[in-house]
Design a protein around this ligand. Structure first.
Ligand code: 6PG
Ligand code: NI
Length: 186
């Protein structure tokens, strides 16, 4: 006879997993050197403040398998620039990814290797295809935690280096209470 196990649950309002084997990765202010346009302002903030954390289900580490994880990005700013993830290309550039907005309000920055950068609004229910060869970064433009569920190939890996020293061409600031997308070098 067939058997039926209890599946893992995710709370779709928060992205929290109810599973035995959840891994956590925390990124604090001290880890984000050089990420914000005003690094002196970043240094002046508490270094152990957690800007975002990722909770992930355990996945088999082999080609063809997929990671599933939720990023929780705090609201806040470094000077006038909204909190954001470090952002990355996948080490394996051809590997794509999906993001699903669960709560909060933000912007997904997308930067193809050989095409202009663009953005998508992130909100509860938003679905985002991150194409191959495209760097990606989440920005929290709201007053609450921004949480997004992601699914990506385990072989994708991260390349944080290729975006240095200037980072993404689009940056997101709070200018007098308005969300302002600003293109570097303009
Ligand atoms: C990935 C996903 C996602 C991402 C987190 C943290 O490829 O792993 O895009 O889980 O890692 O949102 O962002 P950073 O890796 O850029 O710090
Ligand atoms: Ni990714």
């Amino acid at each position: 006879t067939a058997s039926s196990g209890l599946p893992v649950r995710v709370d779709l309002l928060t992205g929290h997993f109810d599973a035995i084997n959840v891994q956590h990765k925390s990124t604090c202010m001290r880890d984000l050197q050089g990420v914000f346009s005003d690094d002196a302002a970043r240094k002046a903030l508490p270094e152990d403040f957690e800007v975002y954390h990722v909770e992930m289900l355990a996945s088999p580490q082999q080609e063809g398998e997929l990671h599933t994880g939720t990023t929780h990005l705090m609201p806040g700013k470094v000077a006038d620039e909204f909190f954001m993830t470090r952002g990355h290309f996948h080490q394996r550039r051809e590997q794509a990814e999906f993001y699903f907005g669960l709560r909060g309000e933000g912007i997904l920055l997308l930067q193809p290797e050989n095409a202009p950068a663009y953005t998508e609004q992130v909100f509860a229910g938003s679905v985002h295809h991150i194409p191959s060869f495209t760097a990606h970064r989440l920005v929290n433009t709201g007053h609450d935690v921004l949480s997004a569920l992601a699914v990506w190939p385990v072989i994708a890996g991260h390349d944080y280096q290729s975006l240095q020293p200037d980072g993404f061409r689009i940056r997101v600031f709070d200018r007098d209470g308005k969300v302002s997308l600003e293109v570097a070098g303009v």
